[in-house]
Design a protein around this ligand. Structure first.
Ligand SMILES: [Zn+2]
Length: 343
């Protein structure tokens, strides 16, 4: 089952921000799938389009700091400042960075609402994964793995992943979850927010260098930088090591299985930014091919399926005009039943 938020999504440039995020990789993925005649004929079996509403304070407060949530949800300058920080719109000298409010058609509070609506899809997708017969949902959004307890970072004002798991736990629908992060960037917020909690275990496979691993160990306010808190297992992959990526991921999942009981739920942060045709400069270190990424996604899917663990995949990092190829290659096979594990 694919979950898609039917709400129209303005381009990031409508907020006066110049970042190569195109909201259209979800749309392009869907368009591709709908263009396949055999899939189009039975679209109601694999596609759930819903109009989502932004996450509310109650859900966010399960994970984030009370004062931060108050500032983020405020309808005044406090929200603008938090969004400016999250989207890195102000440099160290306090000047605007890749941001020109004069060109903005929409306020940063609209961007906040948009982000919280995307984040809500992760919680909704997690519910669907537990409800649908195949116990699998792929949400065409989400993946805000840099969101920290009391600040947003890396375009992630909240951590939708931990919020989704906490919400399922609060509803007593699951006890334990693993969050497996294969975005190009380390799942630093997820690791920090779940550190020391035995009910959520984390694995992150990411670029060995670059953001967020190039940050100082100490924040500007003197606190230890939470980005340096490790996941249960971290697998750094350097340039030239792409062929090792999937073998290392397989070993890491086996190691997770040795160290921890199997979880009630698996959340996969399925970034396309390790892809060689992804266009985010800060993810250029990894140049995985389409077939390598299809092997990655197929392995994770089969891992969960063969253990009967309900799974949610979220789209996570995807930048530029080609990243949809990664998602659609996996999804068309998944819908056709071509990636089912051998029984
Ligand atoms: Zn990323």
């Amino acid at each position: 089952m694919i979950l898609h938020d039917a709400t129209p999504r303005p381009p990031i440039t409508a907020y006066g921000i110049q970042i190569p995020i195109t909201g259209s990789n979800a749309a392009r993925t869907l368009q591709y799938l709908r263009e396949q005649p055999d899939l189009a004929a039975r679209q109601n079996e694999w596609l759930r389009e819903e109009t989502l509403t932004p996450l509310g304070a109650e859900a966010i407060l399960r994970v984030h700091d009370k004062d931060y949530v108050e500032r983020l949800l405020a309808d005044d300058q406090r929200c603008d400042r938090e969004i400016q920080r999250t989207f890195e719109l102000v440099d160290h000298q306090g000047n605007y960075h890749r941001y020109d409010p004069d060109t903005a058609e929409l306020s940063l509070k609209v961007l906040r609402n948009q982000s919280l609506r995307l984040a809500a899809g992760t919680s909704r997708g997690a519910e669907l994964a537990l409800e649908v017969p195949e116990k699998f949902c792929f949400y065409l959004g989400g993946g805000m793995h840099h969101g920290q307890k009391d600040f947003g970072e890396g375009f992630c004002p909240v951590n939708d992943l931990v919020i989704a798991v906490r919400s399922l736990q609060a509803a007593k629908r699951i006890n334990t979850a693993w969050i497996v992060d294969v975005d190009a960037h380390k799942g630093d917020g997820t690791a920090a927010l779940t550190n020391g909690d035995d009910s959520i275990h984390t694995l992150s496979v990411h670029m060995a260098r670059g953001w967020p691993m190039d940050q100082p160990k100490i924040l500007a306010d003197g606190r230890a930088n939470p980005s340096w808190i490790p996941s249960d297992i971290d697998i750094p992959v350097d340039s030239g090591e792409e062929a090792q990526y999937v073998p290392w991921l397989r070993e890491a999942m086996a190691e997770m299985e040795r160290r921890f009981p199997l979880p009630d739920f698996l959340l996969v942060v399925d970034g396309a930014d390790p892809y060689e045709r992804d266009q985010l400069p800060s993810a250029e270190l990894l140049k995985m091919t389409g077939p390598q990424l299809l092997e990655r996604d197929t392995f994770l899917y089969q891992w969960g399926r063969s253990r009967s663990i309900p799974m949610l995949f979220v789209m996570a990092g995807n930048y530029g005009y080609h990243s949809w190829e990664v998602f659609s290659a996996f999804l068309e096979r998944q819908i056709r039943g071509e990636v089912e594990p051998q029984r």
